[in-house]
Write a protein that binds this ligand. Sequence first.
Ligand code: FAD
Length: 470
Amino acid sequence: MAEGGHYDIVILGGGSGGYACALRAAEFGKRVALIEKDKVGGTCLHRGCIPTKALLHAAEIADSSRESEKFGIRTSFEGIEMPAVLSYQQGVVERLWKGLQGTIAGRKIDTIYGDGKLVSPTAVMVNGETYTGDHVVLATGSVPRSLPGLELDGNRVITSDEALTLDRVPSKAVILGGGVIGVEFASVWRSFGAEVTIVEMAPQLLPLEEEASAKVLQRVFRRRGIGFELSTPFQSVSYTDSGVQVTLGNGKQLDAEILLVAVGRGPVSANLGYEENGVSLTRGFVNVDPLCQTAVPTISAVGDLIAIPEIAHPQLAHVGFAEGIMVAERLGGLDVRPIDYDGVPRITYSDPEVASVGITSAQAAARGINVVEVNYPLGGNGRSVILQTQGQAKVIAEAPATPGGQPGRVLGIHLVGSRVGELIAEAQLIYNWDAEPDDVAALIHPHPTQSEIIGEAHLALAGKPLHFHN
Ligand SMILES: Cc1cc2nc3c(=O)[nH]c(=O)nc-3n(C[C@H](O)[C@H](O)[C@H](O)COP(=O)(O)OP(=O)(O)OC[C@H]3O[C@@H](n4cnc5c(N)ncnc54)[C@H](O)[C@@H]3O)c2cc1C
């Protein structure tokens, strides 16, 4: 461990945004100090992406073993042993964590463990030592938040942090918030045998996703026995002998063992010296421009912590990676471009998965863009029928400039169904390379794969449908 000293770049926070910045900066030969109060890898590796996806994988296995009979395979599902599930989950996290520590050390980055505080526009204090840098990058991330008056006790009223380490399956759970985190936990707990109800203020689950995708998700969730109350505000929660009673704005009362509060994540910026050193905040988020520069020339900020004017900034690990890399490249003297946040791929890893890139039909209408759209059902896709999954691929493109002409740029791709998350990588290339349906229609997709739904939807939009009927 280094003791004080001067660096080219001092990074406060070793999560996705901070460590990506450190790794890329080191490639430019920069001397980097990475300051972390807990574990490198941050929320994503220890309390977010990775442990949730491990639980979701275990949930998929539970469902497969329950439903194996329909494929002619006899198994018996005997139950969920949560300590064993958690040990598998922890094994995955530990392995990746070890790998990450090795990668960071291999790039000769100094990792300093301790609670850091910005003490000047070029210095961070940790464990009584001052680390100065030509540039400081703030990457302190986010933590779960609650609603005014809703106390989290970490036992019966919990957040995703506690839900990830719960050593039992709750018999009944109410989940407040039908965003990505709420929907993923609903999916896991239902597969593990819990009764689950999601309470969501907006008129659909996954309020930021395409309405057509949310409708499919809702239909499948209903069939899986996952309840949800939409357009419904939370009112209050009280403790009962066996758990909690949740009262909703529509007067309904729901009894449950656990209330999971999944209403979003707030920035970690309080008492860290940010404002005192000239960094401006909005509701605790650090204000930056599209190149992640704060108003202080020597300070940048990345990841869940930031707010950018006019942009709904997504709190995603790969957004943190991209911003960290962009800042490192800017400081390394490269000519960098702002990120197109519409072009960031998004996945909810529930069963079924929901994945998207680009804009929704509603956003196209709000921006006054004339579009053409196609919905290709998974029922027409061989691989999806083999997997026995339902869903669809919706593709939105600019309407043809002339009557009878070809559609213009692809503006949005919205997928629902088992495993469709893996398909969004191709979808994001289509969107981010400004492809038109006719360009994609010319590309061959392997048969039988689910990727054919991308090919088929574009063939249909280009006016040459193959396996498609309305
Ligand atoms: C349940 C859940 C599931 C998720 N699933 C996904 C997913 O599937 N895909 C996806 O892309 N995203 C997912 N996310 C979001 C993702 O985890 C975050 O977007 C990402 O971790 C943000 O990275 P960050 O570097 O901005 O912040 P963080 O990962 O929060 O890292 C910040 C780091 O700073 C450290 N720190 C804070 N204050 C100090 C201080 N004063 N001194 C020193 N260190 C400090 C913290 O300890 C932490 O390690 C999920 C999040 C949750 C909660």
